[in-house]
Write a protein that binds this ligand. Sequence first.
Ligand SMILES: Cc1ncc(COP(=O)(O)O)c(C=O)c1O
Length: 366
Amino acid sequence: MMDEELILLNPGPACTSKRVKDALLRGDLCHREPEFTELLFRIREALPRSLNLGGTHEALLVTGSGTAAMEMAVISSVRPDRGVIIVNNGVYGDRMIRIAKAHGIPFHEVRSEWTVPADPGAVEAALAEYPHVDAVVCVHHETTTGLINPVKEIGEVVAAHGALFVIDAISGTAIEDQDLSEVKADVVCGTANKGLHGQPGMSFILCSERSIERIQEVPERSLYLNAASYLKGQRKGDVPFTPAVQVCYALDEAIKEYEEAGGFAARTKLYRERAALVRGQFERLGLRILVDEQFRSNTVTMLHLPESVTYESLHDELKKRGYVIYAGQGQLSRDFFRICTMGEIPWHRLEQLEDALRESIEAARG
Ligand SMILES: Cc1ncc(COP(=O)(O)O)c(C=O)c1O
């Protein structure tokens, strides 16, 4: 094959820079030592700042994938006698429902088609019907299809009601154009290894003052994912359980790299430019995109499989040429595939994708 690195075009874990990979080798460190406290304080301060939520939101870091952050956010936002409204138009909305069910939290679903953005009016109606809910949960970028939900407008509706607004921005943070400081979100879930270009293994929630109050009111539903114990520990520079220390080193370096390169404005511009580049290629190759243009994210593109081409054969041909693509999920797994331009990807490798795709489609057709 090629002598260059394999390019991950799956929606995380994303390719990382040499600098971030090298950070994993900073050395062994006990998390009860002052050096870890310093690292933790630095990341806790940097995360909200890097996502334009400095001064309004406080970061709680958890060792675990993005789902750990989602689960922690939901179970720490709803009091025992209350419920939650879950906006669902994809696999990750569904996952929120599974989280509520697993913990016996009453929920009401606001459902729409997987290719249709959530409707703020429907959320408003659900809040009128179920006024006693404590929180509304919505996925910002539904990675299932590459669809953006209107979190700013939904946030307005939720704020008028008074419930907490929890967003799963796991595949949106540092990627999507929506400035989070303009969204009335009380809890923002994120992870190290998507738009921030860190390594997988650490995730986080960013909490408003209101949500910090709530976290301290809600009784423990899980030993590991109880936000109150993270809050108590992390304010003192401590963590309740053994953290992925080396992944924290990498996240620290990834945030520095992000800020040195121009932060939110520069990263989102890069993602917009990449999306324009590869979507131009898709058009020239006759590959059709599932989601309407105005609702598309800056990274994930859900494409119809070309005629007589299976996902497996296309995947294998592209991998021979240096690219890893991603299957559709759930009901979309048979007829669609995804290409995601997240992470550290040299521009020339994205330019070369067009030829690789053309050759792979021909080879996959046999
Ligand atoms: C929108 C969204 N939420 C949650 C997750 C879950 O993350 P993980 O697989 O890291 O647990 C993902 C992962 O791709 C995601 O895209």
